[in-house]
Design a protein around this ligand. Structure first.
Ligand code: ADE
Length: 232
């Protein structure tokens, strides 16, 4: 999967792509990334990338011309056409299903907005999808892009090592994941639930499903549907 990111803060991604699973994905060839510094596409001597909003009000916008310049360079004439994503609080909610879909894309371009966002004409001309990572406003799109790339890349075969682990994550079958324990069996008087030490696979599976459903009911009734409710 090839990812290109257009940003005013290219250094932000140095750390992100140099650690843990994302680094492993790059080293294995599952992920290739290119960072485009939006300021390189400005034409004035101050390299100004933002401007005031027509109609007034506080908060600046990213100017459209540098974005048009970089996007025409990296989208036009590229075959097959890359998918262009703009992370924004006004987007549809990003989800595990969308992450799965993203992991199957060959070439994705992300535009990182800042301040009040980007000129709408950039969206109208170039953007295929707008996603939000939650009902809060971040200072820019870099953190949202990182979340989306991370969620997508871990779904690619070979990246996690143990794909079964991803299959039992939260949001699979619309349940939150159950609690997990490792050694020691007792710590500071706190014991691992006995059933997990029993070696009885059916009982362990039942305990995990019941605790998943309990957590989901208490915390996320919105994702629970009739079809995934344990009967009896
Ligand atoms: N940019 C700023 N806030 C955002 C959010 N919640 N989701 C995606 N992109 C954003």
């Amino acid at each position: 999967m090839k990812v290109e990111i257009i940003t005013l803060f290219p250094e932000f991604f140095n750390g992100v792509f140099n650690h843990s699973i994302l680094k492993r994905a790059i080293d294995s060839g599952a992920l290739e990334y290119i960072i485009h510094d939006l300021r390189d596409y400005t034409t004035d001597k101050h390299h100004q990338a933002d401007d005031f909003r027509f109609g007034g009000g506080a908060g600046m916008l990213l100017k459209p011309e540098p974005l048009f310049a970089v996007l025409s360079e990296i989208v036009d004439n590229v075959k097959p056409r890359p998918l262009v994503i703009y992370p924004t609080p006004q987007g549809i909610p990003f989800s595990q299903d969308i992450a799965d879909d993203l992991s199957k894309q060959v070439h994705v371009i992300f535009i990182c907005g800042h301040y009040k966002g980007i000129d709408q004409r950039v969206v109208d001309r170039w953007v295929d999808r707008e996603y939000s990572i939650g009902d809060y406003v971040l200072t820019g799109g870099e953190i949202a892009v990182t979340a989306m790339v991370d969620a997508a890349i871990r779904m690619k075969p070979g990246v996690l090592g143990d794909i079964d682990s991803a299959r039992s994550d939260s949001f699979r079958n619309n349940f939150l994941d159950c609690p997990h324990f490792t050694r020691p069996e007792e710590l500071d008087g706190l014991k691992v639930p006995g059933v997990l030490l029993s070696g009885h696979h059916l009982n362990i599976e039942t305990w995990r499903r019941i605790t998943s459903e309990y957590l989901t009911k208490r915390r996320r009734k919105d994702i629970l549907t009739d079809s995934n409710t344990i009967q009896g």
